[in-house]
Design a protein around this ligand. Structure first.
Ligand SMILES: [Zn+2]
Length: 265
């Protein structure tokens, strides 16, 4: 298809089209919206982008993006320095922050181990993590990594490496999302939730157990920063629902509290 506008506009459309979630059609629509609102939208956006380009840097402590180093989170003295949440990317950290369920600090790995892509431990910020975990302040590392093969491979590797540092290593629970209807779920999440079941709290009789409700409802919808509907699930994250990472070998183990149950498989 030939150009319908001058090269400057075509370039704008082409660049917008490189953004995640933007196809050629939505890039064209966005460009048109910007061009029609040059004063109110295009100008301020261009200024904001120029400022971000000049001022954003990577926090040398946690790997987050911010305009200061250490970043806002790392320099917040109100945060619990004994808790460290390990995430794949900055997007996952922002998702956890949106949920408001975590008041510790973060460590951004900068990716996941991947045999397919040839990405090994040296490509991730794992050594920095081990240094931080061994500082004598950190007590618990919460692994908030995707429930994908690469995510779980990374989680097990990180858990193993962290084991020597003496910190307790936990993972986000997986299972039925808050507001989720069993009828609509795939078999995998239901089976995972059953394995991760825990004693029902409050007034319920103790012989009842409940399925695990947590962030990773589906093995297929993985990334914390991906689809918008995932934010609700992350909002259901509760540090109380984390469990020891060592118990998560494969997908076949259940929580400690129930491991003696005769109905375990
Ligand atoms: Zn930081």
């Amino acid at each position: 298809m030939g150009a319908t506008a001058g090269p400057e506009i075509e370039r704008l459309i082409a660049l917008l089209g490189k953004l995640p979630g933007m196809g050629p059609r939505s890039a064209r629509r966005a460009a048109l919206a910007l061009l029609k609102k040059r004063e109110q939208l295009l100008g301020p956006l261009a200024d904001a982008m120029a400022t971000a380009r000049d001022r954003v840097l990577t926090c040398t402590t946690c790997g987050a993006l911010d305009t200061s180093d250490p970043c806002t989170v790392c320099s917040d003295s109100e945060r619990d320095a004994t808790l460290l949440c390990v995430v794949e990317e900055v997007g996952a950290m922002w998702a956890m922050e949106r949920a408001g369920a975590f008041k510790g600090r973060y460590h951004v790995l900068g990716g996941l181990l991947s045999a397919l892509d040839g990405r090994g431990p040296e490509a991730l910020r794992i050594n920095d993590l081990l240094t931080r975990a061994g500082d004598g302040v950190v007590r618990e590392a919460v692994l908030a990594l995707p429930a994908t093969v690469d995510g779980q491979t990374t989680a097990h590797y990180v858990a193993e490496r962290l084991g020597a540092s003496g910190v307790s290593v936990t993972m986000l629970a997986r299972g039925v999302p808050v507001g989720g209807d069993l009828d609509w779920l795939d078999d995998g999440p239901i089976a995972q939730a059953r394995r991760a079941r825990r004693p029902a709290e409050a007034a319920a009789p103790t012989k009842f157990v409940i399925l695990s409700s947590a962030a990773g409802a589906c093995r297929r919808t993985q990334s914390f920063s991906a689809p918008p509907d995932r934010h609700d699930r992350i909002a259901s994250f509760d540090t109380a629902a984390t469990r020891p990472a060592q118990d998560d070998a494969g997908w076949g183990r259940r929580s400690d509290a129930l491991s003696s149950s005769p109905d375990s498989r």
